[in-house]
Design a protein around this ligand. Structure first.
Ligand SMILES: Nc1ncnc2c1ncn2[C@@H]1O[C@H](COP(=O)(O)OP(=O)(O)OP(=O)(O)O)[C@@H](O)[C@H]1O
Length: 573
């Protein structure tokens, strides 16, 4: 990515705020102008001493300049901060919007912790560059030019001496800047990396503890933190060097001006008051030069952050399609010679998968681990695009369905049936549109969750997700099924939990599935004998293809693999 393209992107973030930024910048300039007038006013005060004239005028002017400068600068800086917050908000909204619309295939490659750091950390860096960085640099440049012009009116020779020193050191600082940028990019990447490893440990918190891996994970996250620190130190080192260089420039210029100016005062070519004013202006150069260097550093930070934000924003999003609820009639599924792999460099997962599921009823997908059963669901949900053959839902090619309408027609229950942070009610209504209290009650009754609701201290309003009440595996599955049912799906995709359920829970689940299958199409990846014996049809998958289709009775008689599966997988326990 070329640097100038990214600067253009940075400016795009500023554009919506340009009016307020302009006002803020203007106030900053007025404040600077008031500051610039001060040495000149000081000169008048000194001159008034010498000429024994009235000091009231110059003193009044000096006081006014101080007051106006302070108030106007404060107003300007408030406006800047405000705009900064607005810019961060805009960047975060855009980034989060894109993140939640990415394709599953792209998210598979990204680390959640790193994504998080882009939304929280990198956007914050944008604020600094876009407000302080850009605007204060402009006002500093104004201040710098103003001071130099004022110095020129005092004495051309002294100005030349000053500029010579400033230009040499400025060149040095320019050499340092690219190094700061490189170190800064690495620093931000290191922070993202730290987020990623920490996320890994937090996601598998219990496994970490159960494996006695605390020390190891602490070390891994600690190492990432050390890398972030090291990169940060590099940035600090180069930044300090740039700071020292500018400070030296002013000091050397001061000594040179004092020497040359002293000689000129001695020879009578320069007034003492002019030399004093000149030296005051010289020190006026310090903050703007410092700010310009700082602005340069912030620009590097902002560019690095911008790159990390752009990386996400440039990923393709899923087609935008609002959820549309169509007719409620159940739909069938047809896989016709479907081929699929997760990536060009990945092995083939579906190698000509064909099967047909009529609308309504219960169909079980069975097969050894890795046969491609879960992938069938992922393709139906269009989390991934199949490469060959065709998939039809309700007789319509899956690619002809608007994505929102397709997903609205589907209910999807993942194997681990995640419970989201929040109350039980929020969890149940998560996937649903408008649901009446009555419909909610019916879904709860159908999934036999009434006991659970009655048992929870605050019923439906009990927090069950993150750090809330923990639900058992069977309850989680039924909550997930209720959530999917409230969507009134035309096709329910149910990835059965592999974990064993107790007899009561298993019976409940079987009843729920049978009831749902009476109303809509249910496609279940089965791990339980009760599910397969109840199924209207069973699709046996093996090695990326369909091996046999039939009922439990017919398959036990005809298919060797099924007989084996039935004897081992389903009958265990
Ligand atoms: N997101 C993914 N990215 C890359 N490869 C994947 C992905 N998901 C699954 N696979 C691979 O695809 C193959 C089929 O996986 P799939 O989950 O469909 O099998 P399965 O029959 O459902 O197995 P199981 O019963 O163990 O869940 C496996 O080899 C797996 O490693």
């Amino acid at each position: 990515m070329k640097g100038d393209v990214v600067v253009g992107e940075l400016l795009a973030y500023i554009r919506p705020h340009r009016k307020i930024l302009f006002v803020g910048g203007l106030l900053g300039l007025i404040g600077s102008a008031a500051g610039l007038a001060m040495p000149l006013l000081a000169k008048y005060v000194v001159d008034a001493f010498g000429e024994a004239g009235s000091m009231a005028g110059p003193l009044l002017g000096l006081t006014a300049a101080v007051l106006i400068g302070a108030v106007v600068s404060a107003g300007g800086s408030y406006l800047m901060e405000r705009t900064g917050e607005g810019i961060v908000l805009g960047a975060r909204r855009r980034l989060v919007d894109r993140m939640l619309r990415l394709r599953v295939a792209d998210v598979d490659r990204l680390k959640p912790g790193d994504l998080l750091s882009r939304v929280t950390g990198d956007t914050t860096l944008l604020r600094a560059v876009l407000t302080n960085g850009v605007v204060e640099s402009v006002s500093s440049a104004f201040m710098l030019v103003g001071a130099i012009v004022m110095m020129a009116t005092m004495d051309g020779v002294l100005l030349l001496v000053t500029l010579l020193v400033v230009v040499v050191i400025g060149g040095l600082v320019a050499l340092i800047m690219p190094r700061i940028q490189r170190a800064q990019t690495q620093a931000q990447e290191a922070v993202g990396e730290m987020g990623a490893v920490l996320d890994r440990a937090l996601q598998a918190y219990r496994t970490v503890k159960a494996s006695g891996a605390e020390e190891r994970e602490i070390a891994v996250v600690g190492d990432a933190a050390v890398r972030a620190r090291d990169r940060g130190l590099q940035v600090a080192g180069w930044t300090s060097l740039a700071g020292v260089a500018t400070w030296m420039a002013v000091q050397i210029a001061f000594l040179a001006v004092l020497a040359v100016g002293g000689a000129r005062v001695a020879s009578g070519t320069l007034e003492v008051s002019s030399l004093i004013a000149f030296l005051l202006y010289l020190f006026y150069l310090v903050p703007p030069i410092g700010q310009l260097v700082q602005g340069g550093v912030q620009l590097q930070q902002g560019l690095a952050a911008m790159r990390r934000i752009k990386e996400i924003e440039d990923l393709p999003a899923e087609p935008d399609s609002a959820p549309v609820t169509g007719p409620a009639a159940p739909v069938g599924v047809t896989f016709d010679n479907v081929t699929f792999r997760y990536g060009d460099d990945r092995p083939i997962v579906h190698d000509g998968v064909s099967f047909e599921v009529p609308p309504g009823g219960l169909t079980a997908l069975v097969g050894p681990s890795g046969a491609g059963k879960s992938t069938v669901f992922a393709l139906i949900e269009r989390f991934y695009e199949h490469q060959g053959g065709s998939i039809a839902i309700g007789g319509r090619d899956i690619r002809d369905w608007p994505l929102g309408e397709l997903r609205a027609a589907l209910g999807y229950v993942e194997q681990d049936a995640p419970v989201l942070a929040g109350t039980l009610r929020e969890n149940l209504l998560f996937a649903a549109g408008d649901v009446t209290e009555e419909e909610l009650g019916r879904a709860i009754a159908r999934t036999r969750l009434d006991d659970l609701v009655a048992r929870l201290p605050e019923g439906l309003e009990t927090a069950v997700g993150h750090r809330g009440v923990l639900l058992s595996g069977g309850e989680r599955q039924r909550v997930a099924i209720a959530r999917a049912l409230l969507r009134k799906p035309r096709l329910l995709l149910l990835d059965e939990a592999t974990s064993q359920l107790d007899a009561v829970n298993e019976l409940r689940l079987r009843e729920v599935i049978a009831e749902v299958a009476a109303e809509t199409t249910v496609l279940v990846i089965a791990h339980r004998l009760s599910t397969v014996t109840n199924a209207d049809r069973i699709v046996v998958m093996e090695g990326g293809g369909v091996r046999a289709v039939g009922t439990h009775e017919s398959l036990v008689g005809e298919d060797e693999l099924y007989r084996e599966l039935a004897a081992t997988q389903f009958l265990v326990g």
